[in-house]
Design a protein around this ligand. Structure first.
Ligand SMILES: NC(=O)c1ccc[n+]([C@@H]2O[C@H](COP(=O)([O-])OP(=O)(O)OC[C@H]3O[C@@H](n4cnc5c(N)ncnc54)[C@H](O)[C@@H]3O)[C@@H](O)[C@H]2O)c1
Length: 310
């Protein structure tokens, strides 16, 4: 079990999901190193018991640092995470998400790292017309640079495993939400709405609001990462609830929870936006023993409670 791993590196460990993984590893008495350039992550997210280096994974100093740390296991979350930004600047997206990831894979292979757990994505990976909830058996057809870069990274992981025996798990997340999510991003509709309600700022729902997403709570995502470390499974696994929830439902639930009187307003839909998405996690149940446990209402309450405290 976890005894195998004494030292972990978490890239992007100052970010939303990464910082929760850091906490979970420290609870298990694993020595944790964080490499993060703080482009979207924040120092205050990071557990004080972690060893933090502020550095981009693209910086030439990253490789010598990796050699010095010599981790047993790596959680790779550092990424260009914004789909719309990837449309504006595909080259920057590719530099971080493909070149940065490949550098990490090569170095980890040389160092004999025992496993890499990669944070991939579910929504942008699958063709929209495929039957939902989407399973890993559906052939990926990403059409955004972000989806393409995440898929490319998965393929390099597959290559490194096949050719060099470097074990990996790529977790394709649905829409992750929870405490520490940046309300300034584009993906975190729950944190954006909750933040607006709590500050009393009006907000606009793009389109009818009947578009749906599969919302998975961050604690469940952390458990998936820990199972991926503990289990011998290798490959790509969806991490979602399989359930679709509309943006209007999220708006109304959060409005009630925060006792807000902000009215529901809509504008034109965002061109090219995926209308519905949901992931089947059957394979994760079989191979990682993982299933989501946090119900949407519980997760929303925890998120709102954290925002209150903050
Ligand atoms: N949040 C979601 O719903 C979701 C869904 C699918 C996939 N993911 C993936 O999960 C991972 C974590 O996402 P998150 O939601 O926690 O976002 P986040 O922005 O909070 O975390 C990303 C972290 O990586 C750091 N970073 C970015 N570029 C870097 C670089 N070049 N070098 C070093 N550090 C760098 C950022 O400062 C940040 O701390 C990402 O790989 C993302 O693509 C997230």
């Amino acid at each position: 079990m976890a005894k195998k791993f004494q030292t972990a590196l978490v890239t992007g460990g100052a970010g939303f999901i990464g910082s929760h993984i850091v906490d979970a590893l420290i609870r298990r008495h694993i020595k944790v190193y964080v490499v993060d350039d703080f482009s979207t992550g924040q120092k205050k997210n990071v557990n004080p018991n972690a060893h933090v280096t502020r550095l981009s994974i693209l910086n030439p100093q990253f490789v010598p640092l990796l050699q010095k740390i010599k981790p047993d296991v790596v959680f790779h979350l550092a990424a260009q995470i914004n789909l719309r930004d990837s449309l504006q600047d595909p080259l920057n997206d590719a530099k971080i998400n493909i070149f940065g990831t490949l550098t990490l894979i090569q170095e980890c292979t040389k160092l004999g790292v025992k496993k890499i757990i990669y944070s991939s994505t579910g929504g942008p990976m699958y063709p929209e017309q495929a039957r939902m909830p989407w399973s890993e058996k559906i052939h990926p057809q990403p059409i955004s640079p972000y989806g393409i870069s995440k898929r490319s990274a998965e393929m390099y992981f597959h290559y490194a495993f096949q050719v060099h025996g470097m074990p990996y798990v790529a977790l394709r997340y649905a829409n992750v939400y929870g405490p520490r999510q940046n309300a300034k991003g584009e993906a975190g509709v729950i944190s954006i709405f909750a933040d607006h309600f709590m500050k009393g700022n009006p907000m606009i729902i793009h389109g009818s609001g009947e578009q749906t997403r599969d919302f998975v709570f961050v604690e469940d995502v952390v458990r998936a990462n820990i199972s991926a470390m503990d289990r011998s499974a290798v490959g790509v696994f969806n991490i979602g609830t399989g359930k679709q929830t509309s943006i209007n439902t999220i708006f109304r639930k959060l409005k009630k929870m925060t006792q807000s009187s902000i009215p529901e307003r809509h504008d034109a839909p965002v061109m090219g936006e995926v209308i519905h998405s949901a992931l089947s996690s059957r394979e994760a149940l079989i191979h990682l023993g993982w299933r989501p446990t946090v119900k949407l209402d519980q997760g929303l309450e925890k998120t709102v409670a954290w925002m209150h405290k903050r």
